[in-house]
Design a protein around this ligand. Structure first.
Ligand SMILES: [Zn+2]
Length: 362
């Protein structure tokens, strides 16, 4: 069923009492939940493959709900769901005519949530999927893609703009330059392939240094790598730049032999084409505690902009927030096993069940 978007309020600036991204980063860590594509694919509102966020037009209420779930779990940022809502991707699914509508709708939904929860509103641009390092015509196309999406984000009154999942360093630089033209703060994150360098062969530290020198406010890594294989690279990034560093891994158990979620092999041999990415990764999912551990380790390295990408659920975000000393509203329901029927310690519990638990599960 297609629903008509409700009329939204005109763009407003955050009130002066509400600090912006850089003020918040100066005061402590900032959490940004990502991973909307994977979550809506799992729920059956978006198709794996092209991964275009059509759900924004068809079920705006669900998108608003997921934004609210992530804020409830501790996200300080509501990132508009405009990932892959660009000209090249919409063409792939035959919906180029919906380009402006999908971007404006995603931004309006995110703005409603951000302004009502006093969180930051972020615009979002990403890899264009048509960029070729030696094809100047694709650079022109990429610039057009960036400029039009950034235009809609600026119209919506975003607090800053995220440019994410670039595996070409030079494409990330183009995206950054486009954001800088808008005057908004820029968070640029790279998705580093299994070889550990950008696709044109820049080292991770070199790429991040170039982005800092080109004016990025925050540089770092997102997507592609799980906690175990992102952390070593973050150490290099932190040492290479003086600006704030971002880290938003995927919540999957990547290893030094299989450092990205695209390269993970199937432990049970049931993936349709022998590759768990992207729809059979479930047995490789990190627990909330592994994400909490990652958050602590990254924070100790000096990373201040933290989140989780494709595969993230609100339980991961809550765990990350708690690891950073926060207590978001969802912490009211953080686990308390003292009340469990078999494994608890509460005096009101039936002793026979506790005894049964001790005998059968220890
Ligand atoms: Zn991702």
């Amino acid at each position: 069923m297609v629903r008509v978007m409700p009329k939204t309020e005109p763009p407003r600036k955050a009130s002066p009492a509400s600090p912006g991204l850089l003020e918040r980063l100066a005061a402590g860590p900032v959490i940004c939940a990502e991973g909307y594509l994977f979550e809506f694919e799992r729920r059956g509102y978006l198709q794996a493959g092209a991964f275009v966020p059509e759900v924004v037009l068809e079920h705006p209420d669900l998108v608003e709900g997921l934004h609210r779930d992530f804020v409830h779990a501790g996200s300080d940022v509501v990132e508009a769901f405009t990932y892959y809502a660009h000209r090249a991707k919409l063409k792939i699914v035959g919906r180029e005519k919906d380009l402006a509508r999908i971007n404006r709708a995603a931004l309006a939904i995110a703005r409603t949530v951000a302004r009502s929860t006093r969180t930051l509103l972020a615009g979002d641009i990403c890899n264009t999927s048509i960029y070729g390092p030696d094809e100047p015509a694709t650079h022109k196309q990429a610039n057009k893609i960036f400029d039009e999406q950034i235009g809609w984000a600026v119209d919506a009154g975003v607090d800053f703009i995220v440019g994410e999942t670039y595996s070409y360093g030079a494409e990330a630089v183009l995206a950054l330059e486009a954001i800088k033209r808008s005057g908004k703060p820029a968070v640029i994150t790279l998705a580093i392939p299994r070889e550990g360098r950008t696709r044109e062969g820049w080292s991770v530290s070199d790429a991040c240094k170039r982005l800092q020198d080109a004016g990025a406010d925050v540089v770092g890594l997102n997507c592609a790598r799980g906690p175990a294989t992102m952390l070593p690279l973050l150490r290099e990034v932190r040492a290479a730049v003086s600006c704030h560093v971002a880290a938003l891994p995927v919540p999957y158990r990547t290893t030094s032999g299989e450092p990205t979620f695209q390269s993970l092999s199937d432990p049970h041999g049931t993936s349709p084409d022998g590759r768990p990415f992207p729809t059979a990764l479930d047995p490789l999912l990190c627990s909330r505690y592994e994400i909490g551990e990652f958050g602590r380790a990254a924070f100790e390295l000096g990373v201040r902009y933290l989140g989780v990408c494709c595969g993230a659920g609100p339980h991961h975000i809550r765990s990350l927030a708690e690891a950073l000393g926060r207590r978001p509203p969802a912490s009211r329901y953080s686990p308390d096993m003292s009340k469990h029927i078999l494994f608890g310690s509460d005096k009101r519990l039936r002793q026979a069940n506790l005894e049964y638990g001790r005998r059968n599960y220890r």
